[in-house]
Design a protein around this ligand. Sequence first.
Ligand SMILES: [Zn+2]
Length: 96
Amino acid sequence: MGSPGQLYAVAVGILLLAALGASVPVLVEIARDGLERHRERRTGELGGDADDEASDRTPPDSLEADTAGRTRVTCRRCGAANDAEFTYCRRCTTPL
Ligand SMILES: [Zn+2]
């Protein structure tokens, strides 16, 4: 065997190769998934995906704005606006 420095270099090299070998299947999987998504998007199979992203960006409070025209019941405890047909507050579950 060589000097401690050479041993260290060999050990690091083996570890690097092991890490590379372990990460290759993951990288291949990611690349394959990305290609699949790209292909599906191009063929229009992911037409609803854009809607999902839009709904993710919408804050939960927008629910109140969507139903602003309906009869609301304001929670006595937390002040959240609930639909009139709700029995319990949707935010703190206090009976309305
Ligand atoms: Zn409440």
